[in-house]
Ligand binder design. Structure first.
Ligand code: GTP
Ligand code: MG
Length: 379
């Protein structure tokens, strides 16, 4: 990677190199990850020039064997897919849901209401990704982008102990970046390439991916701008996961909103933008003391639900700490309880007529979870 410097590209002089470097683009690989549109924005060069530079960068990487060619044989795709790693969740229920574990070269989006266990899930993966390969880990390091100040090393310690791992070693392999605003959050990711390569990062967590964008861009007027920026962030996440063969895990809170009642509550808030780029989407919901996780719209997983719990070990199998029996049956009774904000809509046309107060239709959310479960379970 050392020899792939930007100034080796024709048309990229010291001034452009400096501009790119200021924007976090340090190598040819970074340039590919960002793409021509951003290059044009950053450097002020016209789009055609930018496109041709990115194309040259791409060719250089293809020649160096570091990037797949445009036309690849099925064998090559197969080989690349063989390199996909799976991170065990440390539970039978989630490993079943994920068909082995959370995949690299993909973005996994966990969305759900507050207190549903999204952050606990992220903490758990921070530990399990470090496990030896024969135990379902990837022996990898973690980059944790914390946007809500909810990363808790104490939780890591207890999860590590519960998994029979040395807590100090585990903590050592988690790099935490606290993001203060959405621009900073994006910047951290833009600067992350080198760190990901140098530290064998196999898991990239963004908890929450959407929260800062949501709080900064309020109101309909700013919706499309927020969607654009969020779009950029999420695409960057996906490209990094694919480029560096690491798993990207992003959380997204589904908010109850008193004034807007349309939309499918099982659709994530980050919106269609997130939905289209996420490879896997998991919906978390509370159901009394238990939690339910559901695989939504996966290209190759059956749409199914599992019941899980939260405990010392992070996310746990439902019967591993309590003796409660599990009811794995997927129910199809409709129980509208969570209202999703409208912000998710990508299309400019806003269909937020007040009469949309109709119950949100959910196709198969577990009927055990009633609205009264929600307040009592949030500690
Ligand atoms: P938001 O970030 O608010 O959207 O929620 P979240 O989905 O990230 O929820 P989070 O993962 O923070 O889950 C919070 C819940 O985890 C709490 O209500 C607790 O029930 C549970 N929890 C957190 N720590 C522990 C622990 O050490 N032991 C047990 N048993 N449960 C815990
Ligand atoms: Mg959280």
């Amino acid at each position: 990677m050392e020899d792939l410097r930007l100034d080796q590209l024709p048309g990229v002089g010291p001034v452009t190199t400096k501009k790119l470097s200021d924007a976090g683009i340090h190598s040819i690989m970074d340039l590919i990850v960002r793409g021509p549109v951003e290059l044009a924005e950053i450097s002020g060069m016209d789009k055609d020039t930018a496109a041709s530079i990115v194309e040259k960068a791409r060719q250089a990487l293809v020649e160096g064997g570091m990037l797949a060619k445009d036309f690849v044989s099925a064998t090559e795709i197969y080989k690349r897919r063989q390199e996909i790693g799976r991170i065990t969740t440390g539970t039978e229920c989630f490993d079943l849901l994920f068909d082995g574990g959370v995949e690299t070269q993909a973005l996994t989006e966990v969305y759900g209401e507050f207190g549903s266990g999204k952050t606990q899930f992220c903490h758990t993966l921070c530990v399990t990704v470090q496990k030896p390969k024969e135990e379902g880990g990837l022996e990898g390091t973690v980059l944790y982008i914390d946007t809500e100040n909810t990363f808790r090393p104490e939780r890591i310690v207890s999860i590590a102990k519960a998994h029979g791992m040395d807590p100090e070693k585990v903590l050592d392999k988690i790099i935490v970046a606290r993001a203060y605003n959405s621009a900073h959050q994006t910047l951290i990711l833009e600067e992350a390439s080198q760190m990901i390569q140098e530290n064998n990062i196999k898991l990239l967590v963004v908890d929450s991916a959407v929260g800062l964008f949501r709080s900064e861009y309020l109101g309909r007027g700013t919706l499309s701008e927020r969607q654009q920026r969020l779009n950029k962030f999420v695409h960057l996440l996906v490209r990094i996961a694919e480029t560096y063969n690491c798993a990207a895990l992003a959380t997204n809170q589904v908010m109850a909103s008193p004034d807007v009642f349309f939309g499918d509550p099982t659709r994530p808030i980050g919106g269609n933008v997130v939905a289209h780029t996420s490879t896997y989407r998991i919906y978390f919901k509370k159901s009394g003391k238990k939690r339910i996780a559901r695989m939504v719209d996966s290209p190759h997983h059956p749409e199914q639900e599992v019941i899980f719990g939260l405990g010392e070990a992070g996310v746990i199998d439902p019967d591993s700490e309590t003796k409660k029996k599990t009811t794995k049956a997927t129910k199809s009774k409709v129980e509208p309880e969570v209202k999703v904000e409208p912000e998710v809509k990508v299309e400019p046309e806003v269909k937020a007529e007040p009469e949309v107060k109709a119950e949100p239709k959910t196709d198969s959310v577990d009927a055990d979870a009633k609205i009264e479960d929600i307040p009592e379970d949030s500690e």
